[in-house]
Structure formats: structure tokens, C-alpha cells
Design a protein around this ligand. Sequence first.
Ligand SMILES: [Zn+2]
Length: 129
Amino acid sequence: MDTELERRTRLKKMLNKMKEQILQEAKEEMKKFQTGEKRQIAEAVMDDADLSAIDISEDISLKKLSTHRDILKKIEEALQKLEDNTYGICEMCGDEIPEERLKILPFAIYCRDCQEKIEMIEKFEGEES
Ligand SMILES: [Zn+2]
């Protein structure tokens, strides 16, 4: 049996690795906008500016950037949760979410059982309305 600390260290490593990867990808995307107006928009996207003011739906690269930013945000949240000792804990039943699941779904907030229950309820509610 490994300790909670070891589990957390491994999860932290995993999240940090993801973060590096995303940052690298975002940098590559940013390279496409070396100068000009597009560059400013790209920087605004990464800075989490008010995106409603910018129509990025037409530009695939900018869209990618905003996806990167969203993922980065989620990683930051997960890292913060890790600090608070709430990462990898099911929000429904309070059980530990297995590491195997977190490797595939790093932002999972429910264990598999609860997720299935939720999906069943959602499906049921969807059929009802
Ligand atoms: Zn659960």
C-alpha cells in the first residue's frame, strides 16, 4: 500500500506534465501570430480577456488557443485542489477516485459509480422533458 502522499505526488507530477505540454502547444500556436492585430487577440485569449468581445469562432488557431487556456485553467484548479486535499475525491460520495481513472480523466470530479448514476439521472430527465 502506498501512502496518500505518494499518490498526491504522482498526481501532481501528472498534472504538471500536462501543464507543460499544453503550454508548449500554446506557444507553438502563438508563433503563428508574430505580429499585428491577430497577435494582440491571441495574447488576449491567453490572458483570459473577455472573449465575448472577440469573435474567435472563425479562426481555428485562436479557437485552439482558447481551448488550451481552458485546459490550463482546469489544470490550475486541479493543482489547487491537490493542495487543498480535495483533488481526486468524488464530490458525490467522497470516495477516492482511482488513479487509473484520473490518468484518463484528470478533471473527473466523480468516481465511476457516481458518474454512471448521474448519467442515468440525466438521461432519465432528458427523456422526461
Ligand atoms: Zn462517488
